[in-house]
Design a protein around this ligand. Structure first.
Ligand code: MZP
Length: 500
């Protein structure tokens, strides 16, 4: 017989936090936002943790290489979208992985006989002012010297002359040998006041380059998520249709975290896909599943499918019309609370903690904070990141304001039929997402700075300096429509209103 759940579907905006005792040690400086993204056993350290509880949605209009680099550098992750050919997605993963390895393969190389004019064009193309000179012009050829933009004057020198006339020759270049640690390579750069250190093989061939600017960058981004080779951690979405080809390509390209992307993830397809990945890769990749909106959906993915984390949310996304179109979904707050309760029960029963991600429908910073207070380990957002400089869409000016396009993965535009059309037909019979615009708000760093400041401050109001303690201490109240109105400004004229 049909079952009807006793409570209605609730959203984050129906709740407020009550402050808890703030002790003197509850300061913003003491707050750590580290949070697990992989399953772990009681008393063990998770295989991977995020340094901030934010990831970006696996959507064409959100998570490209720029977003992946920006977020990983801030301690979060972007899930590079799966609605594209396998080779293109793997190339994006590889690009992020190569972004800053400490030891970077040289991708601007010339021969000593190359005219300096060609070296200048190469430098413009790649955006690199340092060019390696090798015998055959290849990245791992015999190292003969270094050319930088300080070695020539483009408007004074005869540009037909060969690079050999301008470069610093190998015998005058400070270099390191393969096997040197990154710490020692940086020390050599520091002691010799150099910008770039070539790393050479024993036979004199070029291995890679180490840059001072990468070291400075790293120091400026203390929360950066890196792997054991100091490369950025990269996440990518996959689907249950072509995973046997897609996953090997992504892992080969360097993906550290995968997430099975589906609007409804409570399926045998997810179990099959997850167990196949576990069998082939063991614990080498972190794997998420979803989306679910109930405790039993969580238990199936955690217990049967053995995923590392579970994503929660159907129909709450800002561009999503699944609830209108198919009549499935659940208020995001109700879905999250149900799943969190089951996660905690599963932990008590088995001693295994499976992190939960609240995905979609976060309309403002307050709702992000409420989701974390309700026990989400991290949140996934589309609209929030689509509005930033780093989303992969072009800026559009409309009525004097700058916008960026933002469209759902279930929209005709994304044509992500593998996700929404189980019949496998190559067109959509109906859409589950809309094609829209969002206002531009600045860089990922700009928006995160504000959200993180609010989140840290709220943790302190709640007597917590960790997300775990925050969720454990949180006391929430439901709010009436009238108290919602009271929460805004009342009986005053704001400057904004006066100017309208
Ligand atoms: P939001 O942060 O923009 O509110 O929501 C982003 C989330 O909406 C995504 O992570 C994904 O789960 C979901 N989504 C993406 N496309 C669609 C769609 O076309 C959708 N229906 O629901």
């Amino acid at each position: 017989m049909t079952k009807i759940i006793s409570d209605v579907s609730r959203t984050f905006s129906e709740y407020l936090l009550l402050p808890r005792l703030t002790k003197k040690e509850h300061t913003v400086a003491n707050v750590s936002l580290t949070t697990p993204i992989s399953r772990f056993e009681k008393g063990e350290v998770p295989r991977l943790s995020l340094n901030i509880p934010f990831v970006s949605a696996s959507m064409q209009s959100v998570s490209g290489t720029k977003m992946a680099i920006a977020l990983s550098r801030r301690g979060g992750l972007a899930f590079i979208y799966t609605s594209q050919p396998i080779e293109e997605q793997a190339a994006m993963v590889g690009k992020v992985k190569r972004y800053k390895a400490g030891f970077v393969p040289s991708d601007s190389n010339v021969k000593p006989s190359t005219p300096i004019s060609e070296a200048i064009s190469l430098s413009r193309q790649t955006g690199h002012s340092t060019i390696a000179v090798t015998e055959d012009g290849q990245p791992n050829g015999k190292f003969l010297g270094i050319l930088t933009d300080k070695d020539y004057w483009e408007f004074e020198d005869d540009l037909s002359r060969p690079v050999a006339d301008f470069m610093t020759p190998a015998d005058r270049v400070i270099y390191g040998e393969t096997g040197i640690s990154l710490h020692d390579a940086n020390l050599l750069l520091y002691q010799n006041k150099k910008e770039c250190l070539p790393i050479l093989e024993k036979n004199g061939n070029l291995h890679s380059l180490v840059f001072k600017k990468d070291y400075v960058d790293h120091r400026n981004n203390p929360d950066e998520l890196t792997d054991d080779r100091k490369r950025l951690v990269v996440a990518a979405a996959i689907n249950t249709h072509d995973y046997k080809m897609r996953v090997p390509a992504l892992v080969e390209a360097g993906a550290d975290v995968l997430s099975i992307d589906a609007s409804d993830g409570y399926t045998e397809y997810q179990k099959e896909c997850s167990l196949w990945i576990r069998e082939k890769y063991g614990d080498a990749v972190v794997l998420g599943g979803g989306n679910v909106v109930s405790g039993d959906g969580f238990r199936y993915l955690a217990e049967e499918a053995q995923v590392d984390f579970v994503k929660v949310g159907i129909g709450g996304g800002s561009i999503c019309i699944t609830r209108e179109q198919k009549g499935i979904g659940r208020g995001q707050a109700s879905a999250l609370m149900d799943v969190v309760e089951e996660r905690n029960r599963y932990f008590e029963e088995t001693g295994i903690y499976v992190p939960v991600c609240s995905d979609g429908g976060l309309a403002n910073d307050t709702q992000i904070i409420i989701a974390l207070a309700m026990g989400a380990d991290f949140v996934m957002m589309g609209r929030y990141f689509a509005m930033t400089d780093e989303s992969p869409t072009p800026k559009v000016s409309m009525n004097g304001r700058i916008y960026k396009p933002y469209w759902g993965e279930g929209s005709n535009r994304a044509r992500n039929w593998q996700r929404y059309n189980n019949a496998g037909e190559d067109y959509l019979k109906f859409e589950e997402g809309v094609d829209a615009y969002v206002p531009m708000v600045g860089s990922v760093n700009d928006v995160l700075a504000v959200t993180l400041a609010k989140l840290k401050s709220t943790l302190c109001n709640n007597g917590a300096v960790t997300l775990k303690a925050f969720a454990e201490n949180a006391m929430l109240t439901r709010i009436s429509e009238q108290s919602f109105v009271e929460g805004g400004t009342s009986t005053v004229t704001t400057i904004d209103n006066e100017q309208k």
